[in-house]
Design a protein around this ligand. Sequence first.
Ligand code: BT5
Length: 322
Amino acid sequence: MNEKVFKILQSSKDYISGQEISKKLNVSRQAVWKAINSLKQQGFVIDSVTNKGYKIIDYPKSLNKQVLDNILETEFIGKNMIVLDTIGSTNDYLKVLGHKDGKNGTVAAAREQTAGKGRLGRKWVSEKDENIYFSVLLRPQLSPMEVSGITPVAGLAVCKAIRDYCNIDCKIKWPNDVIVNNKKLVGILTEMSAEFDAVEFIVIGIGINTDQTEFPEEVKSKATSLYLETGKKIDKNKFLSLVLKHLETELTKSNYKINETNLEDYKNLCATIGRKVTCCKGGRKIKGTAINVNTRGELEVESEDNSLITVNSGEVIIQGIY
Ligand code: BT5
């Protein structure tokens, strides 16, 4: 009912009376009134004027399904949009759907995560309504090898969306961070279920610090948010819809890879390439200079003893950053 009332309010240019809405939907005035109150509780600002009726004058600032469904410009990512008030982890939530019949492109976004996670069991700070936490379920008909570059592609998409929305000089820190002024703004966690030659599903989980002003002690020195960098509060719904659009464009264009369609863009936005790095390979610590990201999404490093090493995951520390 909320959704139907929202659609009518949204599509009418001027005030519309409760009576007219109830007639259109063939429900009681009481039911319309209840739906309007529920929309108000979600954060819609609805003006009501005697003898004229109702009109939406402002939209919720926190993630909202109705608003997102209305503004999404994608073909398949987010067509099935799930917005959760609170959840352990949006990645874990979508993995359950992945093993069942969750549709390709399903998005689960949460206003809060109580067990938000990074790689290797690390914690992702996910306080209520401070930031954006979401995951995307994908079912590409590709092999695990063919999607090995998907995290860098997602990083590229998010980096472009942030630049588009906020006009700030953010960069990708290979493989899974977006940084600005040497601090972490975005983290990406990709999980996959696959057989030897076929992906069953992929879940890309993305946390973007949008509005948080103070971070807990454990990440204080390392984390930043769009608000801290720009001084502007973010319209989370508009911004998420833009991120999903960029994500769909980048994934579709490159067929989930770093290749000739996006390598130039990637190199231009990558903070790692051209920098002195320390990385790990086969349990060994290696120092060198990052020189490229190849079509498998691997980082190519020229070590101090001049050998070429490829790194496909794990920690890479850029000298002077983290
Ligand atoms: C990541 O791991 O950066 C991946 C984070 C993915 C989070 C999203 S949110 C939606 C979806 N659902 C989930 O449960 N996860 C995904 P990693 O590279 O391992 O970095 C983790 C490290 O980043 C932590 O150990 C902290 O040092 C730092 N960190 C934690 N929370 C942070 C935050 N909000 N902002 C910046 N840094 C943070």
